[in-house]
Design a protein around this ligand. Structure first.
Ligand SMILES: NC(=O)C1=CN([C@@H]2O[C@H](COP(=O)(O)OP(=O)(O)OC[C@H]3O[C@@H](n4cnc5c(N)ncnc54)[C@H](OP(=O)(O)O)[C@@H]3O)[C@@H](O)[C@H]2O)C=CC1
Ligand SMILES: N[C@@H](CC(=O)OP(=O)(O)O)C(=O)O
Length: 348
């Protein structure tokens, strides 16, 4: 018997990726698609401006969009909802679903930094899911809110985790080159980005500099002690449709040669024996001098692998490398679905 699930904000850019990942899922049955009142009552294919590279899954096309209301009949037998809502709407709606006993796996930033809310990448800090019991006690609800991080943070932190475990981290500097899909379908006007680059993404650097320390922190006495390495991010929007590229500079506590960094990254695969449907090897190393590239590498592991290349000595830090992530799959919808798959495997 599959677990019935819904998507909140199903017609948006991240919502469409959730629909793609969940339409034919072996564990989850997608039975509820919600959006705003202006979409409610319409068939999904009529409510949504679909812009993904494959057509709307056949079984989804004629599903009727429902209001984002946990008391609506369409949610009555749904156990898990995936939230693709913008942060301000997530702040309002997600607790309503948790109060109704639903598990909310959210891509939105609204609750990520709350002390009792797990901010999770299952390969990195799955034990933080234990915060759910604290959350339930403190907030008095039977459901829970579980969040995945900001897309650019996911990319960097997955590559930093094996380095931190083996060599420790002193300082990290990250420069991002982020795809326009990160801002949603209408986020960046074509006239603003064609033949251009924008050295600003609102709140992005702050998110990377805080979420990374929570993710790589330690769960102790029912709260997360943040990691204490220094981290600085510089975020840019570039004329790429999908795929965030990051230049990452690392100063380790113990000396580390590029070959040693490559080895720990390549071996990093803590979920490999769990048979999670959305799982892919978290880090794939490319040896070519000019990789990774978004157009060539973003679909590695069906968009769930981080592709790393150019691991090399740095004259100021210890090592530097390039990392690439599919920002709407590994960086958003895929991150939430993997969190839910891991939760079901371990706690259901
Ligand atoms: N990691 C990444 O690369 C990306 C992350 N994001 C993040 O994901 C989130 C969603 O972004 P995105 O998909 O672009 O957002 P969109 O604006 O494309 O979609 C927003 C969704 O929310 C729904 N909505 C709007 N108003 C209401 C309302 N009043 N009540 C209920 N539902 C409502 C919309 O429904 P309707 O169609 O009816 O208006 C739509 O389904 C954001 O937090 C964003 O920061 C976004 C893009 C990519
Ligand atoms: N802010 C990222 C997308 C993202 O991950 O946003 P959020 O942190 O709200 O999920 C971008 O624009 O590329």
């Amino acid at each position: 018997m599959k677990i019935k699930v819904g998507v909140l904000g199903a017609t948006g850019s991240v919502g469409q990726r959730f629909v793609q990942l969940l339409a034919e899922h072996p564990i989850f049955e997608l039975t509820a698609l919600s959006a705003s009142e202006r979409s409610a009552g319409k068939k999904y294919k009529d409510a949504c401006y679909w812009f993904q590279d494959r057509d709307i899954p056949e079984k989804i096309k004629d599903m009727v969009v429902i209001p984002t209301d946990p008391k609506h009949e369409g949610f009555e037998d749904v156990d898990i909802v995936f939230s693709a809502l913008p942060s301000d709407l997530a702040k309002k709606f997600e607790p309503e679903f948790a109060k109704e006993g639903k598990l909310v796996f959210s891509n939105a930033s609204a609750y990520r930094m709350e002390e009792d809310v797990p901010l999770v990448i299952p390969e990195v800090n799955a034990d933080h899911l234990e915060l759910i019991e604290i959350q339930r006690e403190q907030r008095g609800w039977d459901g829970a809110i579980i969040t995945n991080p900001n897309c650019s943070t996911i990319c960097a932190v997955i590559t930093l985790k094996p380095i931190m475990d083996k060599f420790g981290l002193e300082s990290v500097i990250i420069t991002t080159m982020q795809a326009v899909s990160g801002a949603g379908y209408n986020g960046v006007p074509s006239m603003a980005i064609l033949d251009n680059l924008i050295p600003f993404i609102k709140n992005e650097e702050e998110k990377m500099q805080t979420e990374s320390l929570k993710l790589l922190g330690t769960l102790k006495d029912d709260k997360v002690e943040f990691a204490n390495f220094k981290i600085s991010a510089s975020c840019n929007r570039v004329a790429v449709i999908d795929g965030h590229t990051e230049s990452i500079f690392v100063k380790t506590k113990e000396r580390a040669e590029p070959e040693e960094i490559k080895e720990v990254m390549d071996k990093f695969d803590p979920l490999k024996d769990l048979n999670l449907p959305t799982y892919a090897k978290p880090i794939v190393i490319r040896e070519e001098v000019d990789r990774p590239q978004p157009r060539l590498d973003r679909n590695e592991g069906n968009g769930m692998s981080i592709v790393v290349g150019r691991i090399r000595k740095d004259p100021i830090f210890d090592v530097k490398y390039s990392a690439l992530e599919h920002n709407t799959i590994r960086g958003a919808a895929g991150a939430s679905v993997l969190n839910a798959e891991y939760f079901v495997k371990k706690y259901w």
